[in-house]
Design a binder for this molecule. Structure first.
Ligand code: GCO
Ligand code: MG
Length: 405
């Protein structure tokens, strides 16, 4: 089944998504997500100029060989742009194979390991009470796991909380230059334990709580935070410190038993090999879009499984519903699946563009039973929402020093 055409479609139904459509000569097509938040057009250029021309007339069934061709065959390996481009092609080819076989992707991976995919949702707020009001509401909707983020008193903006106070912090597709935010570790520490103490009081013990530090702390500060929060029984603490130096997690692990999660920006297994084989983390958060597609996600899951690490794929609003669909299949299959991040199926415009029948019931995401990924994209409607340049924020310490956002 020869590949006839590869379309790279950029659209902004509130925020930018890069969608790849691989069309075969017999009319079956597959979809992939290639969105890298704030760097969308770099992936578009990579796909159009360096990937698509090499794939025309190749056999769409040879997923592994095409993956190896794009990864191993390139002298310039890895990196978010390259791996998102490879990911989108890979997802689309799995979508095609599923459609050709008449089977949903999870069946091709080995079949169902569970009834549904437990998700964690976000409760954000401008103060602790407000965060917990939102968490209470989500608990009432049947969600079993909630990530809590609250504004840090004394800082104008905090990760995870309202940005310009109009809409959800990462649905903003209109930042034509990077906004700057201020970070203070000291101010953060004055808020964070109180948030979880109040959360356990108010929400009880029968709910999983999580928290994302977004790489703001040094390893020893993360160790301190882990010790402070241990007694509140978090499902995991996410991105406590950067792991460019994977040995940093030795420091954190020496001091605390809080479960650790990381991986949303990782592009290959090599980014987490040391972390996993030394059991320094408990959950690997790699995403199909940023770690090269379904093919390497399966390998990461298997490698993690033999080291007692579970999967917890990234599910932020800047991953398109196509990525969520791919995750739903991987999560339904992976024997060592842990939890899926979930922020809803998107605004009205997004739901108009991406049609699918995934559903949430009882705090679980239910995968589509349609062949392939089970998602479609309305190319004509996409023309109503053209690309808009947009950046993620950058972060500085209070004295102006540039810091990790
Ligand atoms: C998460 C992530 C996101 C990222 C975003 C960056 O845990 O969901 O940290 O919120 O900030 O994906 O583009
Ligand atoms: Mg995160």
């Amino acid at each position: 089944m020869k590949i006839k055409e590869i379309k790279v479609l950029v659209t902004c139904p509130g925020r930018n998504f890069v969608t790849v459509k691989v069309v075969t000569e017999d009319g079956i097509y597959g979809l992939g997500d290639a969105t890298v938040n704030g760097r969308e057009m770099a992936v578009v250029a990579y796909l159009q100029e360096h990937v698509a021309p090499c794939l025309i007339d190749r056999d769409a069934h040879r997923i592994e060989d095409i993956w190896q061709y794009l990864y191993r065959g390139a002298y310039w390996r890895k990196g978010p742009i390259t791996m998102a481009a490879i990911a989108a092609i890979d997802m689309a080819l799995w979508d095609i194979k599923g459609k050709a076989a008449g089977l949903p992707l999870y069946q091709l991976l080995g079949g169902r390991s569970r009834n549904g995919v437990t998700v964690y949702v976000h409760a954000n707020g401008e103060n602790v009470d407000n965060t917990l009001d939102n968490a209470d509401d989500l608990k009432g909707q049947g969600f079993k796991a909630i990530r809590l983020q609250s504004a840090v008193p004394g800082l104008p903006v905090t990760y995870g909380v309202l940005g310009d106070k109009k809409d959800y912090f990462e649905l903003q597709g209109n930042r034509s230059l990077p906004p700057e935010e201020t970070w203070s570790t000291q101010k953060y520490f004055s808020m964070i334990e109180g948030l979880f103490a109040a959360a356990r009081d108010r929400l009880g013990n029968d709910i999983h709580l999580l928290h994302d530090v977004h790489n703001r702390l040094t390893p020893i500060e993360s160790a301190r935070l882990g010790k402070l929060l241990e007694k509140y029984d978090l499902l995991f603490l996410e991105d406590a410190s950067l792991a460019e130096n994977q040995q940093s997690y030795d420091v954190i692990r020496q001091h605390t038993t809080i479960p650790l999660a990381i991986g949303e920006t990782f592009n290959t297994l090599w980014d987490c090999k040391y972390l996993i084989e030394n059991q320094l983390i408990d959950y690997i958060r790699a995403a199909a879009t940023h770690a090269g597609g379904v093919t390497p996600m399966r390998r990461i899951a298997d490698f993690a499984a033999i080291h007692s690490v579970k999967t917890a794929p990234h599910g932020a609003p800047d991953l398109s519903p196509v990525c969520l669909a791919a995750h739903a299949h991987l999560d339904t299959w992976a024997p060592n699946f842990g939890i899926q991040e979930f922020v809803g199926f998107g605004n009205d415009e997004t739901r108009r563009l991406f049609s699918h029948d995934m559903r949430i019931e009882d705090g679980m995401l239910h995968v589509s039973e349609a062949p392939g990924l089970g998602i479609d994209f309305d190319e004509d409607a996409a023309k109503d929402y053209p690309y808009k340049r947009s950046y993620l924020p950058v972060s500085r310490l209070e004295d102006g020093t540039l810091w990790n956002w």
